[in-house]
Design a protein around this ligand. Structure first.
Ligand code: FES
Length: 94
C-alpha cells in the first residue's frame, strides 16, 4: 500500500492506495475533486497535478504525457501516473 497526500482547496487529505493505481483513480475513489475531461485517456491535461514529493515513486512519464507536453517536473498527468510508493501531489484547480 502507498500513501498519497492530496493538497486541494486549502486542505490536505492523505489516503491509502494500491500499487499500480493512477493518481486520478485514487482521487476519484476518495471524493477528491479532480478534473478529467477526456475520461482518463491522456488526451486533455485537465487532470494535471504537481508532484510535491515522491516523483521517484511514480511510473515514468509515458508517450501520452509527452504527446501532451507534460514533460517537466513537477507536472504529471494524474490519469497516467501510477503510484508505486508514497507520493504528495497538488491538485491543479481550474
Ligand atoms: S483525464 Fe484527460 S489527460 Fe488525464
Amino acid at each position: 500500500m502507498a500513501k498519497v497526500a492530496f493538497h486541494y482547496s486549502g486542505q490536505v487529505k492523505t489516503v491509502e492506495a494500491k500499487d499500480g493505481e493512477t493518481i486520478l483513480q485514487i482521487a476519484l475513489d476518495n471524493a477528491i475533486p479532480m478534473e478529467h475531461a477526456c475520461g482518463g485517456n491522456g488526451f486533455c491535461t485537465t487532470c494535471m497535478c504537481q508532484v510535491k514529493k515522491g516523483m521517484e515513486n511514480l511510473s515514468p512519464r509515458n508517450d501520452r504525457e509527452e504527446n501532451m507536453g507534460i514533460v517537466e517536473d513537477p507536472d504529471r498527468l494524474s490519469c497516467q501516473a501510477q503510484v508505486r510508493g508514497d507520493v504528495e501531489v497538488e491538485v491543479v484547480e481550474y
